[in-house]
Write a protein that binds this ligand. Structure first.
Ligand code: B12
Ligand code: SF4
Length: 497
């Protein structure tokens, strides 16, 4: 079959464009299975150039990847643009349109209704894509691929996945061919901000209240062989890549797999620097792992802490303790790894006392950089959705295609406290991302990053840019002070796609 794959993401904030790694996985898998593949990355192109790029390739099947539906900080809505692209493809006579991607998967049923593709895949795409290609090739009209949404005899069929619990029939990642990393130009991303990337595992065993990863990647963690990942590092190194972002939900879960990969990278004398996300789950950040990460090239970690209060942590299914966070942070600093703490202000159970405790934790840890995300974004099929419905903050028939935030009853007080705290600290040490307050900050940052050809650890860059260009921080605070947040409340009507 002739497969055209299109990555639609053109968003360049907060730090320049992000490489569409999905395209590498999907194109490699389909090509190795004998299909003819053309992969188009629209990141550096105009939508109007699409058909020129397709040239005389006449696809039997078109795969469209949608990484983000929205950016919750700038409140950018990516749905209408992708809708226009699909309309143009239909007008061109393209059939068998398959949609998938991280953003799409977070609200797949609603996206399917909105975009009206022929097929939609929830979660990882390699195996479903092959099922569809092979099925269509042999004239099949019925598919039993788990999680597939498609049309049969004019009716929408939704195959059960969708519970991604332990019963899901997981496929072994070794069935995915090693990536040649030739379908996307990694160096273009390095030149434009350093957002080249790599994936070493899929899934997350936790179920933090607001998070969609267990729904999109499953709760069973599956890892790629360390030697395969080290080969991919070397392959990217030969292309000139100097820094990578590891896209794993949490690099340190489980710690043993992370340690084995670090040991392999150390054995291969890896020279590429990397950043990753880590979660301070109890006992999951031992000193031995942190030391190995430093030796294996880790330059920066984003530690999602969310709260400094143990009760709020338990209520939101965050398995961590204050002491664990302090110990791990000090250990990262000791081994010279730049550490960012991320907090979500306004989680269920968080009142002024709990926020005070959180700010005390930040003071005790003194991470290099701190991000406060104000008001969590509610996704379907998450514990936060259930809590919001139970508390009467969300209607059971809400529409996830309308960007919706969980709004704490203490929101105004929490924001005032946070603002006071933020203004006491140098703006270069922290950022506050409230819905709607990010546009000047994100746009300014990505412009600076691209103009100056920065690449490397992401938060270190933010730190550098905000120190050099105080305007970025001031713009952010000004928006914050204007109370922009007020018009970004639950289900604001103008956000409809
Ligand atoms: C790593 C990451 C980041 C890093 C990226 C760094 C880098 N260099 O890559 C950073 C921190 C910079 C970042 C930023 C943002 N991110 Co982010 N990010 C992630 C994360 C953790 C992994 C994404 C990833 O690369 N996965 C690896 C690839 C291989 O997987 P994949 O894209 O899902 O592709 C697979 C499937 O989706 C499927 N598939 C994909 N396309 C297609 C197409 C077809 C046809 C088919 C069949 C299948 C298919 O098959 C693929 C292979 O199995 C996810 C959450 C998560 N745990 O997955 C959030 C996530 C994607 N990000 C999200 C968001 C919102 C953002 C930001 C807008 C937030 C912000 N303001 O900072 C920005 C946008 C950046 C940009 N310019 O686009 C959301 C998107 C939600 C949504 N509904 O829109 C997610 C889901 C997290 C969340 N819940 O908030 N992000
Ligand atoms: S540990 Fe991270 S990826 Fe896993 S559920 Fe929590 S926030 Fe999501």
């Amino acid at each position: 079959m002739k497969l055209l794959l299109v990555s639609t993401n053109q968003f360049r904030e907060p730090l320049g464009p992000v490489l569409p790694l999905a395209l590498e996985f999907l194109a490699e898998t389909a090509a190795r299975a004998g299909h003819q593949v053309k992969a188009i990355d629209l990141c550096f192109q105009k939508d109007s150039e699409l058909f020129e790029l397709v040239g005389d390739f006449v696809p039997d099947v078109v795969g469209i990847s949608m990484r983000n539906t929205y950016d919750g900080s700038t409140m950018s809505n990516f749905l209408p643009r992708v809708h226009d692209l699909i309309t143009a493809m239909r007008a061109r006579g393209y059939r068998n349109i398959i949609m998938g991607g991280n953003g799409f998967s977070t609200m797949a049923r609603q996206c399917f209704e909105y975009f009206q593709p022929d097929f939609a895949v929830v979660g990882e795409g390699e195996f479903p894509l092959l099922d569809i290609l092979n099925g269509l090739q042999s004239g099949a009209t019925s598919f039993d691929t788990p999680g597939l949404i498609y049309r049969r005899d004019g009716k929408v069929v939704e195959n059960p996945l969708i519970e991604l619990g332990p019963k899901r029939p997981y496929r072994d990642l070794s069935e995915i061919p090693p990536l040649s990393r030739t379908f996307v130009d990694s160096m273009a991303y390095q030149r434009a901000g350093g957002m080249a990337n790599i994936q070493t595992k899929r899934g997350c065993p936790m179920q933090c209240s607001y998070c969609v990863t267990p729904n999109t990647q499953g709760r069973k963690v599956r890892v790629f062989e360390p030697s395969r990942i080290a080969d991919e590092f070397e392959q990217l190194g030969r292309q000139g890549v100097k820094h990578l972002y590891i896209t794993d939900a949490e690099f340190n879960l489980p710690p043993q797999a992370a340690l084995e990969l670090c040991e392999e990278l150390i054995r291969r004398k890896n020279t590429i620097g990397w950043s990753c996300d880590v979660r301070p789950v109890n006992n999951a950040l031992p000193n031995e792992l942190i030391e190995a990460m430093a030796k294996a090239g880790c330059l920066e970690v984003n530690m999602t802490v969310d709260t400094g209060n143990d009760t709020v942590a338990r209520l939101n299914h965050l398995s961590q303790t204050r002491q664990g966070v302090i110990d791990a942070t000090l250990s990262f600093k000791k081994f010279g790894i730049y550490i960012m703490h991320g907090y979500v202000v306004g989680l269920p159970g968080q009142g002024p006392d709990e926020l005070r405790e959180t700010l005390e934790l930040v003071d005790a840890c003194k991470p290099n950089f701190t991000f406060f995300y104000v008001d969590p974004w509610i996704y379907p099929r998450t514990p936060l959705e259930a809590m919001a419905i139970k508390e009467g903050k969300l209607k059971p028939d809400w529409n996830p295609l309308e960007l919706t935030y969980y709004r704490s009853e203490h929101a105004d007080t929490l924001l005032k406290m946070l603002k006071r705290y933020a203004l006491r600290h140098s703006p270069s040490e922290m950022s506050v991302l409230a819905p709607g307050n990010a546009p000047p900050f994100g746009a300014f940052l990505s412009q600076k990053v691209e103009e100056n050809g920065y690449f490397g650890p992401m938060n270190k860059l933010i730190h550098q840019v905000t120190t050099k260009h105080r305007l970025a921080s001031y713009a952010m605070f000004t928006r914050f002070q204007l109370g922009r947040l007020k018009d970004a409340m639950l289900g604001a009507p103008e956000r409809k796609p």
